[in-house]
Design a protein around this ligand. Structure first.
Ligand code: ADP
Length: 172
């Protein structure tokens, strides 16, 4: 059987324990995993591409070592299917939360199959503890001074605190 190369794409603005849980499951299924960090200028990310890649890399080193599966982290701005072809991925990994993600993901799979029917998309669900975590809400909670320790890795919580403290200090 040929090697299974998975591609887990996302904005990771910032990386959460939900993403980490999906990666920990994905490495059990594939021989090699590529994490694609979308540049995503449209979404106006809070963290720069370099910051997001850095956060993901910090966590991936640990997971890769524990699972024995090689993980690489690569930024991308092209069409997902073109990026998948470029990195030699034959499986796209996505996480699925309750019903909120379904409609969007359902459409994406249909369109992606039309672009390249050789690449399969697999959906994984995070542990119940992490199901409700969304990067958007984590940023909102951090901005309003709430505790985020149970949603993100420690280094990400520190980066969020630094980001919001810096913007507070900038205000007149
Ligand atoms: P995107 O901009 O593609 O939505 P995200 O960084 O928000 O990127 O998410 C990347 C992937 O991780 C998506 O498939 C998303 O559904 C999944 N994901 C994010 N948070 C969770 C979570 N708490 N549980 C399961 N999957 C998640």
């Amino acid at each position: 059987m040929s090697k299974l190369v998975g591609l887990y794409p996302g904005t990771f603005d910032p990386l959460t324990l939900g993403h980490v849980d999906i990666v920990e499951r994905a490495v059990k299924l594939v021989d090699e995993l590529v994490i694609g960090v979308a540049i995503n200028r449209d979404k106006g990310p809070l963290f720069s591409l370099e910051e997001r890649v850095g956060m993901v890399e910090t966590e991936m080193a640990r997971i890769s070592k524990a699972a024995g599966t090689p993980i690489s982290v690569k930024p991308f701005e092209t069409l997902l299917m073109h990026f998948a072809e470029e990195v030699g991925a034959n499986t796209i990994v996505r996480g699925l939360r309750a019903v909120s993600d379904f409609e969007y993901e359902f459409q994406m799979v249909g369109m992606n199959q039309a672009l390249n029917d050789e690449i399969e998309t697999v959906f994984l669900m995070a542990d119940a503890r992490y199901q409700s975590i969304a990067s958007r809400l984590v940023k909102e909670i951090a901005r309003l001074g709430g505790g985020i320790d149970s949603f993100v890795p420690d280094h990400v919580a520190a980066a969020l605190l630094a980001k919001f403290n810096a913007s507070k200090n900038k205000r007149p």
